[in-house]
Design a protein around this ligand. Structure first.
Ligand SMILES: *Cc1c(COP(=O)(O)O)cnc(C)c1O
Length: 430
């Protein structure tokens, strides 16, 4: 099977040796379960790799937009991970977990005045400032509080990670950051260095997602190290941090490649050292910010099948008791997922069907052209690799309550986020 935390017990699918029916009887469906041991293992792998192969001061921040709830920040804290946040709501959730936000980065292309004040009041470690207006506001508010605020600047290296082509891609015109190509990035640095209440600690770039090779990161790293050198030569100012963003890939389906994160990070580290030496600059400490590759393949979603509808000569629909409200990724991006009939896991996969959600929306699909043993109403349908950008993107469209999250660790299952109730659904209404 796709992952080694999956097995077959008594003829049905088991996740971490918990039978699907054990989990669904105890917690109901739809249900998201997380392999917490695997999440911790992945965090440790990343941390050890950056410290061994890049530098002792290098670090890893979990991009918490991928999966945000109080418990995940506790795990980050216990594992010594930094975090990336993109809103005051995420910062609030991290604080709720007791996370020391000194190790937090605050991202986003449009932080409001309220966001900036909230983050400084709560002593955020770093802003990743996107634009000059933000820097002005950060500087002014830091001045009013009598503090000096650490920042990185988001820079657009202008590369397409999937073709590795530089500059002449659409990437320069991203809504995020400031491009090097147009000369605007170096100009921005000049302005930022004149502000008294911000300390420019480094630069940040994020090139994309589902990247399986190290070469796009090396390419981006090379552009960024050249930029660091240009800043040093122009302003006699050398930054200490280079944040290369997130984006390492995850195996969603059998045809996706396997990725060895340690090996990729070693390739990155070896090359960054070589490039820095060639440029005669010190290699800054490097920060990686993986989201997907920390949590995606630790998650599984279990649903109950409802109707099995055969439209003669066209297609077959298997409807489940969830859908785009707990996993909008197929509706948004036609993302590939592995879908299994957990109840009939040992039967032949000879039935082709579309897995449909329950919303009043034709596009509410989880996957098309799935091959599985033909389900009947009541079967448990499992979707693999749902740990990232599923719960985090869940909604209450059609007033459907969001599912619970159950964590499994050291052989024990426990509720980490409870199922939303109907009362929760009207709790904001006045
Ligand atoms: C989305 C994002 C990440 C995480 O990307 P993954 O593909 O989930 O690893 C990291 N940094 C920034 C700035 C992002 O926007």
């Amino acid at each position: 099977m796709l992952f080694d935390n999956l097995s077959i017990i008594d003829g049905e699918l088991a996740f971490k040796n918990k039978k699907a029916t054990y989990l669904t009887t105890k917690y109901g469906t739809p249900l998201m379960a997380l392999d917490i041991d695997k999440i911790r293992g992945r965090m440790r792998e990343y941390l050890s790799a950056v410290k061994t192969y890049i530098s002792e001061g290098s670090s890893v921040s979990f991009a918490s937009k991928a999966l945000c709830f109080t418990g995940i920040y506790r795990i980050c804290s216990e594992e010594g991970m930094g975090i990336d946040t993109v809103s005051s709501g995420e910062i609030y959730t991290a604080l709720n977990a007791g996370f020391d936000v000194d190790k937090a980065f605050f991202h986003g292309n449009n932080k409001t005045d309220a966001d900036i004040e909230y983050a400084i009041d709560n002593k955020i470690g770093y802003f990743v400032a996107d634009n000059i207006e933000e820097v002005e506001k950060i500087d002014a508010y830091a001045f009013s509080k009598g503090v000096k605020q650490k920042i990185l600047l988001r820079i657009t290296p202008g590369i397409d990670p999937h073709t590795h082509s530089a500059i002449n891609t659409g990437k320069v015109d991203s809504k995020f950051g400031t491009p090097i190509e147009t000369g605007q990035a170096i100009e921005l640095v000049g302005k930022v260095l004149s502000y008294k209440n911000v300390t420019l600690c480094g630069f940040h770039s994020h090139i994309g997602s589902q990247i399986f090779e190290s070469s796009p990161f090396i390419f981006a790293g090379e552009i960024m190290l050249n930029f660091i050198k240009a800043v040093k030569d122009t302003f006699n100012y050398e930054v200490k941090l280079l944040n290369l963003g997130g984006g390492f890939g995850v195996k969603y389906v059998e045809t996706d490649p396997e990725i060895d994160y340690t090996k990729r990070i070693k390739e990155l580290g070896d090359n960054l050292k070589r490039i820095a030496t060639g440029l005669k600059i010190n290699l800054p400490d490097v920060i990686l910010e993986p989201g997907r590759s920390i949590v995606a393949d630790s998650g599984i979603t279990l649903y109950t099948a409802g109707s099995v509808k055969e439209i003669k000569g066209y297609k077959n629909y298997v409807s489940i008791d969830g859908g785009m409200t707990d996993n909008p990724r197929y509706a948004l991006y036609q993302s590939a997922y592995t879908v299994l009939n957990a109840t009939k896991i040992e039967k032949p996969c000879d039935y082709v069907c579309t897995i449909a959600g329950r919303c009043c929306e034709s596009g509410d699909l989880i996957q098309e052209n799935v091959k599985m043993p033909k389900p009947t109403r009541g079967d448990i349908i499992a979707v693999l690799c749902t740990g990232a950008y599923n719960y985090a993107m869940a909604s209450n469209y059609n007033k459907i309550p969001r599912p619970p999250i159950v964590g499994i660790e050291n052989g024990e299952d426990k509720l980490l986020v409870r199922r939303e109730t109907y009362a929760d659904l009207v709790s904001l209404d006045v």
